[in-house]
Ligand binder design. Structure first.
Ligand SMILES: *Cc1c(COP(=O)(O)O)cnc(C)c1O
Length: 384
């Protein structure tokens, strides 16, 4: 055994004893409401495929046609050989859908964050994040070298004090407020209107990660900023193409100047091979379905399914708080024995002692599948 492996075994043993060990499980089927995992058939309440588009025949056909026409791989970064038609069409469609001047896509949402934040902020600048911001936003802020401040989740008063502090101490700095629209592990929403007012008052910029808002919230699924009528006041609108849109990739929507700047300065865009054309084509089809209203039956079904859970859900994510890590794991395992896949979410995804089950619903679930979940799991919590 190598010295490295001995060291790793020791660390893994620590992870095990804290009930925090994670393992890969094999899914032998397409993504959907019923999957085969490690040879077992399970009703899937763990995916972010909120509209069931990942296996939708229209997206499959769009991806297959793009493979026939453009091949399997993109072959280079987009600034090197050139940018293929599907990527360009996708960005035009995204900008139209989000009602922004322009859009830029990345290989993943993670890469979008990692490229964008360090392009806009450096060691002289200040980034203020909601405490529950996704890991990619935190990592991007750290990578930028900016001074980082965290405000308690959705705490406007503290955000206001941090903005005042930043303006007092860093008069010339870029100050960027970063938050999610729908929080990925809690399913609640950010008070975006109030945040927009605050950042405007202090001359800061706002970046909103709509990973769990797009497709689900707002007219035609344009997201929370659109629903609250503040889309044109959020300078940097981030999203993923891999969740409700059923494909893969990340996006930034905003002004033409922002997109031109990111093309020149976002390192995860410049130095990374373009996503495969079929992924862009599938995402483009998803955007087309949403923008045209063709996806409205799916969106209506998702919200009907959420109503059936009867938890006053504000998004497609319904957490069931447990607290203790091993208790959450135990509950999740018991549900699995019943053929229900509801993942236990633990540190470091959420804080220690804040372990939970995370139920996510899809338009593809049937009423009967939801009733089976309700029979196996009670929801004592009601969202505020
Ligand atoms: C999933 C997620 C991302 C990352 O998007 P990917 O396309 O999966 O890389 C970013 N932000 C939030 C809030 C997410 O939940």
């Amino acid at each position: 055994m190598s010295d490295l492996d001995r060291w790793l075994d020791g660390r893994l043993a620590e992870i095990d004893s804290a009930h925090l060990r994670r393992r890969l499980r094999t899914i032998e089927t397409a993504q959907g409401p019923v999957i085969e995992r490690d040879g077992r058939t399970m009703i899937n309440f763990s995916s972010n495929d909120y509209l069931g588009l990942a296996s939708d025949p229209r997206l499959r056909a769009a991806a297959a046609a793009a493979i026939e026409r453009y091949g399997a791989g993109a072959g280079s970064a987009r600034l090197l050989c050139g940018t293929q038609t599907p990527h360009e069409e996708l960005e035009e469609a995204l900008a139209r859908f989000k009602r922004t001047e322009a859009a830029l896509t990345f290989a993943t949402g993670y890469a979008a964050a990692l490229g964008t934040i360090p392009a806009l902020a450096g060691p002289e600048d200040v980034i203020i994040l909601d405490k529950l911001s996704h890991a990619c936003l935190v990592d991007a802020a750290r990578l930028s070298g900016a001074t980082i401040r965290i405000f308690p989740h959705n705490h406007l008063e503290k955000l206001g004090r941090l903005l005042a502090w930043a303006r007092e101490n860093y008069a010339k700095a870029n100050v960027i407020v970063v938050t999610e629209s729908v929080f990925s592990m809690d399913g609640d929403r950010a008070p975006l209107r109030e945040i927009v007012e605050l950042k405007d008052r202090f001359g800061a910029w706002l970046m909103v990660d709509e990973a769990h808002g797009i497709g689900v919230i707002g007219e035609h699924g344009r997201g929370l900023a659109a629903e609250l009528g503040v889309g044109d006041r959020v300078e940097i609108q981030m999203g993923t193409l891999g969740k409700a849109l059923g494909a893969s990739g990340g996006s930034i929507c905003g002004s033409r100047a922002l997109i031109e700047f990111l093309i020149n300065r976002a390192r995860s865009f410049i130095f990374s091979t373009a996503p495969v054309p079929s992924a862009a084509a599938a995402a483009l089809e998803a955007i087309r379905l949403l923008d045209s209203g063709e996806a409205e039956p799916l969106r209506a079904k998702l919200w009907m399914n959420l109503e059936r859970l009867n938890v006053d859900a504000r998004s497609a994510i319904v957490p069931r708080m447990v607290g203790d890590e091993s208790a959450a794991l135990g509950l999740s395992e018991k549900l699995m024995e019943n053929g229900l896949l509801v993942p236990a979410i633990r540190y470091p995804t959420v804080a220690r002692g804040r372990a939970r089950l995370r139920v996510s619903l899809s338009a593809a679930h049937s009423a009967e599948q939801i009733d089976r979940l309700l029979a196996a799991l009670t929801f004592p919590e009601r969202a505020p």
